[in-house]
Ligand binder design. Structure first.
Ligand SMILES: [Fe+2]
Length: 200
């Protein structure tokens, strides 16, 4: 069992449904907890992808889209300061703040093999599917002189096959996550390119 295994599958309280941090509060938390701008950018990118997916693909209402966005924005908030307790710290912080249980469980399920929490609803499955791929695509943009401009799916897939490129990106997680949703790798890559390229 991983030391980061959360050892539980229930998060937050149903009584807190609908209780969300404002985006301003979430950014304040990130600025306090995450000195590394690149990691903050990663979370903003995952948040943009999550929000766009909720609206475009799930036809989510504003409140639901905000939940998706918030989970993306905070999912790695404790990674930099508490690497050994990553996920547990932010989950407990959001429970302390009485945040909506969907947001907390979504964050807890963004790495099932590490945190021991299976993604349940679509929101959980999408953060799992978007997280690593978003990181790889951003790493690819940084090595291209033109950044995101003209980036093609086939270029991303080539990097994905190169195990030494962005070696920290777990390819097995990407395959596992894709097996849980009905979207192809090509479509997901294109969606991420379209939705995170303008995030700054
Ligand atoms: Fe992440």
């Amino acid at each position: 069992m991983s030391s980061r295994n959360l050892g539980r599958t229930l998060f937050g309280s149903p009584a807190n449904a609908g209780n969300l941090l404002s985006l301003e509060e979430a950014h304040t938390l990130l600025n306090e907890w995450v000195p590394n701008e690149r990691l903050r950018l990663h979370m903003r990118q995952v948040a943009a992808n999550m929000k766009a997916w909720a609206i475009e693909k799930e036809r989510a209402d504003e409140q639901t889209a905000r939940k998706w966005e918030l989970a993306g924005l905070l999912h790695d908030a404790d990674w930099e300061k508490y690497p050994d307790d990553h996920c547990r710290i932010i989950v407990e912080e959001l429970e302390k703040r009485n945040i909506d249980p969907d947001v907390i469980r979504c964050i807890a399920s963004h790495g099932p093999r590490v945190f021991g929490v299976e993604p349940e609803i679509k929101m959980d499955k999408m953060i799992y599917a978007l997280d690593e791929l978003s990181g790889l695509i951003h790493a690819y943009s940084l090595m291209r002189p033109e950044g995101y401009a003209g980036m093609e799916v086939k270029g991303v897939k080539k990097r994905l096959k190169e195990k030494t490129f962005a070696a920290g990106v777990n390819r097995e997680d990407i395959t596992d996550a894709l097996s849980r949703i009905d979207t192809s790798l090509d479509d997901l890559i294109q969606f991420i390119i379209d939705n995170q390229s303008s995030v700054s």
